[in-house]
Design a protein around this ligand. Structure first.
Ligand SMILES: NC(=O)c1ccc[n+]([C@@H]2O[C@H](COP(=O)([O-])OP(=O)(O)OC[C@H]3O[C@@H](n4cnc5c(N)ncnc54)[C@H](O)[C@@H]3O)[C@@H](O)[C@H]2O)c1
Ligand SMILES: [Zn+2]
Length: 364
């Protein structure tokens, strides 16, 4: 079964297709396009495919410094203003494709086929690119959505536990951020690892239609869409403090548990909010517990002092205050600013401690 919906953007609307057999559909629709494909997925292309660039999905390959190589290949393939580019891969391939299509001859049309669960559940809509430069991760970027997004369920089969569970944490984050009814409906679908195609399609459809609401109401990340950073500030410190050994989505999941601990410990929640936030925390914890043996290989030792230091330096804070997204009062997400004092730093450390204990993080 295939389903589709449109996303409205200031540059025009684009169609999102979810289902099976979509890879063949893209090949037949765009036989003359220039393809950028994750090198790991080489075998999905028919033999003697005409115009294709394979890129290894590494952070080094999505640096500004590497972009001229990609642009040169596009030029050598004689792409002009009316040419079409198809990108097939995860967030790294998406970031590269968004960036190069936005600037090549002042912009050419493109199609995106996400192949990681993070790409499918979250980043494939919204049009953002994040490019590394000068040693800084995701320092620069822009908004340049594709003309269409096709999500083929076949790619889920080869993803490991980190990637699937991490993608599901982004999905539940989106649903929780919207409202209680959407969150409860998501849980009722009983997300679990491993995912079969029909469950995956149900969960992805709900997450993306919910994300559509955020990006249509706030395309350029000024208000409501900012709430989708829930779990990210606490999570980024875990990623940065472990040289990105923890998968992004897993760090976001643990980050949500820590943010909830912060809200609980500092009395930001009323009875109703406590119940709602606890339900999310329990969900994340049970997903991790059920696959702990598969995830734990990528859980390196954490130094809590260093993690809080990384939190301190996160680029989302203001000069004199920490910016956090936490559930407040009845459980809805809210952005709070807390003065950068020793007292607040201690509260943050305490939230990390109990959050990491709750997910049974083995070594910190
Ligand atoms: N622009 C955005 O909106 C946005 C949002 C979130 C993350 N990102 C960026 O995306 C990147 C992370 O992306 P990601 O987690 O989607 O993955 P990725 O592109 O980093 O790929 C991760 C690994 O999975 C492999 N892979 C891809 N598809 C596969 C498949 N079907 N089966 C097996 N392996 C597969 C890749 O080769 C790679 O080894 C980061 O650089 C992050 O900054 C961008
Ligand atoms: Zn994320």
């Amino acid at each position: 079964m295939q389903e589709s919906f449109d996303v409205l953007a200031s540059s025009g609307s684009y169609q999102v297709l979810i289902g099976e057999g979509l890879l063949e559909k893209v090949f037949s629709e765009y036989p003359d396009a220039f393809y950028i494909v994750d090198a790991k997925l080489k075998n999905i292309l028919p033999e003697n495919f005409k115009s294709c660039l394979f890129i290894e999905a590494s952070e080094d390959n999505k640096t500004l410094e590497k972009m001229p190589n990609v642009i040169l290949k596009m030029r050598e393939a004689h792409l002009n203003r009316t040419s079409h580019l198809v990108a097939i891969g995860g967030g790294i391939i998406q970031d590269i494709a968004t960036f190069v299509t936005s600037i090549y001859m002042r912009g050419i049309e493109w199609t995106y086929m996400p192949t990681t669960l993070l790409g499918m559940a979250d980043s494939c809509i919204g049009g953002k690119s994040s490019i590394n430069t000068l040693g800084y991760k995701n320092l620069i970027g822009n908004f340049y959505p594709p003309k269409s997004v096709s999500i083929d369920m076949r790619f889920i089969k080869t993803l490991d536990a980190d990637q699937v569970i991490g993608g599901l944490f982004e999905a539940v984050k989106i649903c929780y951020a919207k409202d209680n009814a959407t969150f409860l409906a998501y849980l009722q679908d009983e997300p679990k690892f491993p995912l079969n195609a029909s469950l995956a399609q149900r969960l992805l459809s709900r997450a993306l239609k919910t994300k559509k609401w955020f990006i249509e109401i706030d395309e350029f990340d000024q208000n409501e869409r900012l709430l989708l950073n829930f779990g990210h500030t606490f999570g980024h410190a875990l990623e940065a403090g472990t040289d990105f050994a923890i998968a992004h989505g897993i760090a976001v999941g643990i980050g949500m548990v820590i943010a909830i601990e912060y809200a609980k410990q500092n009395n930001h929640l009323n009875q109703e909010g406590l119940g709602r936030a606890q339900m999310l925390s329990n969900h994340v914890r049970s997903m991790i517990a059920e696959s702990l043996s598969e995830l734990v290989a990528n859980f390196p030792k954490l130094d809590l002092v260093q993690i809080v230091e990384k939190f301190d330096h996160d680029k989302k804070h203001q000069t004199n205050s920490y910016r956090m997204i936490i559930p407040k009062e009845g459980g809805a997400l809210t952005i709070i600013n807390q003065d950068k004092t020793e007292e607040v730093r201690q509260k943050i450390t305490k939230a990390y401690q109990s959050g990491l204990n709750l997910v049974a993080y083995p070594h910190f």
